[in-house]
Write a protein that binds this ligand. Structure first.
Ligand code: F0G
Length: 445
């Protein structure tokens, strides 16, 4: 067994400074850029690591039952008495046969991070970062959020007996996500601004008050989120897929998955790198534009707008980290329209899987990557689905009723998706009417 804690070190991604501890805003004191964890001198026998992780799957120990802490050799050390876990991770890898046919691939798989305890991928990072807050004896933790980070943070804070402060853009997050943070006991503030405005206020707050910042600029979040990629590779028997496709919002998740891929390659857990591609909504595409228009030399913040509210982000904090992994893995960027997102979401649903709108950009983006030959028939592709279908039922119901785009510029194009609409019918409580509906559905199938 591997029992010795591995030494980790914080390092600035731009100037390379290695502070012993991070400031409250997790920015480098020298240059103001983001920090990341590095593990100098880390060396493992890959076969031993794989077998230790496999053995833990049958253990009843709480850390082993977590699909995040199970991989603790690759994470910064946090003593077990501070670990706050809801047995996150352990998410399924599904085949999407109908979606595969639609995009023209032999096989398409999706790792469903919406099957985490609070129904989004955020739990994998939150378990580590909330535990770090606990270790440092913080009473308050806080985040700005489009809804999923806040739901996750509120749950982990409650489990760790900490108070949580949520800043969310008023009217721009789904009720499902808002209701989670209320039930988990967060102090929930809906600010009259967008996500980026919430981030600005929070950054000022953490400099004035002893609250622990749990946005993905916190490098512990990134470390926990790495495990989604490690678990994926384990599920694939350490045979890397050709492509992994993720949605891009604040760009913490793509950075984390990319970091995991590079670390696994360096540790010889895998022999080659999958290409990691990042998809944004066209109305919230600052990273796409950074790569396509400015060759990644700068990122111009924008006012973001998309009905995929989880990724309604105009000034992504982790864009430099994401750019680095995009380049290191040879991935691509794409942008997709509101109609393309809605259509892809219904298609993933029709495979019996489902996801929230932000996750569906992966399939919509894959269609474009296939069309332009970046992804080829016969290649293996894994989509990362980031949130559960039930996170945003409003979007889904409006789509199936055909009024998702009412009052928007896309309204005239709604007919394009009508074949996918499955509006609920209202009938009299009459057997004949139900049989007629059944027969009509059979004729149309
Ligand atoms: N998908 C979902 C469902 C999300 O909630 C988010 C981000 C993303 C994708 C994008 O991930 O930001 O790491 O690039 N949600 C954050 C939140 C911002 O506050 O819940 P990212």
């Amino acid at each position: 067994m591997i029992t010795v804690p591995i030494a980790s070190q914080l390092r600035c991604i731009t100037c390379g400074a290695t502070p012993v501890s991070a400031a409250q805003d997790f920015r480098c004191a020298n240059c103001g850029d983001l920090l990341e964890f590095v593990f100098p001198g880390r060396d493992f026998d890959p076969a031993t690591l794989k077998s230790v992780w496999q053995t833990r799957k049958t253990s009843s120990h709480q850390l082993d039952q977590s699909g995040v802490w199970r991989f603790r050799e690759l994470l910064p050390h946090i003593p077990e008495e501070h670990a706050i876990t809801l047995r996150e991770g352990n998410t399924p890898l599904y085949e999407l046969p109908r979606c595969a046919r639609i995009v023209g691939l032999d096989v398409l798989q999706a790792k469903h991070q919406g099957m985490n305890p609070t129904a989004s991928f955020k739990d994998t990072g939150m378990t580590i970062a909330a535990s770090s807050a606990h270790q440092q004896a913080f009473r308050w933790v806080a985040c700005a959020s489009t809804g999923n980070t806040s739901a996750s943070m509120a749950a982990y804070a409650a489990r760790g007996n900490m108070r949580s402060l949520v800043l969310i853009p008023e009217g721009k997050i789904s009720w499902g996500k808002l209701s989670q943070s209320l039930d988990y006991g967060a102090l929930t503030c809906q600010l009259r601004t967008d996500f980026d405005g919430c981030v600005r206020i929070l950054n000022e707050l953490v400099r004035k008050k002893p609250v622990y910042l749990l946005n993905s600029v916190n490098p512990y979040r990134i470390e926990g989120q790495k495990t989604a990629a490690i678990e994926l590779l384990e599920q694939l028997n350490w045979e890397p897929p050709d492509h992994i496709i993720v949605p891009g919002g604040n760009l913490g998740n793509s950075s984390a998955i990319g970091k995991a891929l590079l670390e696994m390659r360096d540790l010889k857990l895998i022999s080659r790198l999958p290409r990691l591609s990042i998809i944004q909504a066209a109305g919230a595409n600052p990273f796409y534009r950074s790569v396509k228009e400015f060759g990644g030399s700068k990122l111009e913040p924008m006012t973001a707008d998309t009905q995929a509210t989880a990724i309604r982000i105009g000034n992504p904090a982790s864009w430099k980290k994401a750019l680095r992994v995009l380049r290191a893995t040879g991935g691509e960027v794409e942008q997709v329209t509101e109609l393309e997102i809605a259509e892809a979401k219904a298609e993933i649903g029709a495979d019996g899987i489902g996801c929230e709108p932000a996750s569906a950009v992966t399939l919509a983006g894959l269609k474009k990557l296939c069309k332009r030959g970046f992804v080829k028939r016969g290649e293996t592709v894994v989509l990362i689905l980031t949130g559960h279908l039930l996170k945003d039922p409003d979007f889904t119901i409006k789509f199936h009723r055909g009024d998702l785009f009412t009052g928007t510029p896309d309204d005239p194009k709604t007919a394009q998706t009508s074949l996918l609409h499955r509006a609920p019918g209202v009938l009299d409580a009459d057997l004949g009417e139900v049989i007629a509906a059944l027969d009509a559905a059979e004729r149309n199938s």
